[in-house]
Write a protein that binds this ligand. Structure first.
Ligand SMILES: NC(=O)c1ccc[n+]([C@@H]2O[C@H](COP(=O)([O-])OP(=O)(O)OC[C@H]3O[C@@H](n4cnc5c(N)ncnc54)[C@H](OP(=O)(O)O)[C@@H]3O)[C@@H](O)[C@H]2O)c1
Length: 310
């Protein structure tokens, strides 16, 4: 099969299409012909190496890619609930990658069947983003109707799902985005949008019950100022190294984002109910992985970047 490999850490140019052996389905696993795989912000960080990813144990050459949608091509021993020909989608286990490829082998228990109404590109785009947003807002923040949430970085993948989910829960959603993303995040359900290039959100927002930080760095440091006493700061992108929380009267929480079928099925239920829709998608070929990474790494995309593989 063909896959996008890199043999040393570095810029997007280290990514190249190569022929590699097909994966085989071991016990409890299925092999999947991948139709679409998505680009996540973590991918360029792994490719670059260093920082939080220096000790991640990536052995080179390496195939990136954490989520995908495709069709089961082989079933390993001890798999009773999936068959060859089933359309499925999912997220690789923590510490495992390999979706920038024509095929993948993965534990059957952590993937879900894909309904016909959801395309492969859309399912790949919504897999890790929805899992992360569900763990963050439902399981971790326990967001409630009537609460106010500030979602940092509304134009991005995880935040775009989170805006829709928060609105569905019945919260009032404030988000930060560049001007080019304002119509997009309003259409997702944001009641108020702050252009972070023009205004300091920490000066114009106050009394939030929850902040969901998908941007990190200085944005997280300034997020403390907008929380009510007792509020919750849920983060998936880190604060600056060495930063110590500046308030003791708020809860600082990091979701675990375990991979499992129930969260994927929860996303499907929300989709079927019309509560969430797929994000804006920009499609690439696997051969254009370097270009997709340049866009991802620029940190100013809209929605999701997806490899259309079949
Ligand atoms: N399990 C986990 O913990 C987990 C899972 C998934 C993701 N993550 C992490 O979460 C973060 C977000 O991931 P993602 O894939 O959703 O990212 P993404 O799609 O690449 O998000 C990029 C977005 O960030 C926005 N942005 C950049 N700087 C900003 C700022 N200063 N203020 C507000 N918005 C800003 C950009 O919006 P504009 O164009 O409008 O500027 C762009 O739309 C990454 O750090 C990723 O590694 C963690």
């Amino acid at each position: 099969m063909k896959a996008v490999l890199f043999e040393k850490h570095g810029g997007p140019e280290v990514l190249h299409l190569a022929e590699v052996p097909d994966p085989t389905a071991g016990p409890g696993e299925v092999a999947v012909d991948i139709h679409a795989a998505s680009v996540n912000a973590a991918d360029y960080k792994v490719r670059q190496g260093g920082g939080a990813y220096s000790g991640s144990g990536v052995r080179l050459p390496h195939i990136l890619g954490r989520d995908f949608s495709g069709v089961v091509s082989a079933v390993g021993p001890d798999v009773a609930d999936l068959d060859v020909g089933d359309a499925v989608f999912g997220v690789c286990d923590q510490g495992v990658e390999g979706a920038y490829a024509e095929k993948i082998a993965i534990k059957a228990a952590i993937i879900a069947k894909k309904p016909v109404r959801l395309g492969h590109a859309e399912a790949a785009a919504m897999a890790l983003t929805s899992l992360t947003a569900l763990w963050a807002l439902e399981d971790t923040a326990k967001l409630k109707p009537g609460e106010t949430i500030l979602i940092q970085g509304g134009g991005g993948g995880v935040a775009g799902f989170a805006i829709q989910l928060a609105r569905h829960i019945g919260a009032t959603v404030i988000t930060t985005a560049s001007a080019h993303n304002h119509d997009y995040v309003r259409q997702l359900g944001a009641a108020r949008v702050i252009d972070y290039n023009q205004e300091d959100f920490s000066k114009v927002v106050a009394d939030c019950d929850v902040v969901f930080d998908t941007v990190g760095g200085d944005v997280q440091v300034r997020s403390y100022a907008v929380l009510k006493p007792g509020g919750r700061l849920v983060w998936i992108a880190p604060a600056p190294t060495g930063f110590e929380p500046i308030r003791r009267d708020v809860h600082v929480l990091r979701p675990g984002v375990a991979r499992d079928r129930p969260h994927l099925e929860r996303m499907l239920a929300l989709f079927e109910a019309g509560a969430v829709s797929p994000p804006a998608i920009t499609r690439y070929k696997l051969a254009d992985a370097a270009e997709a990474h340049r866009v991802s790494e620029s940190r100013h995309l809209q929605g999701k970047l997806v490899f259309q593989i079949r």
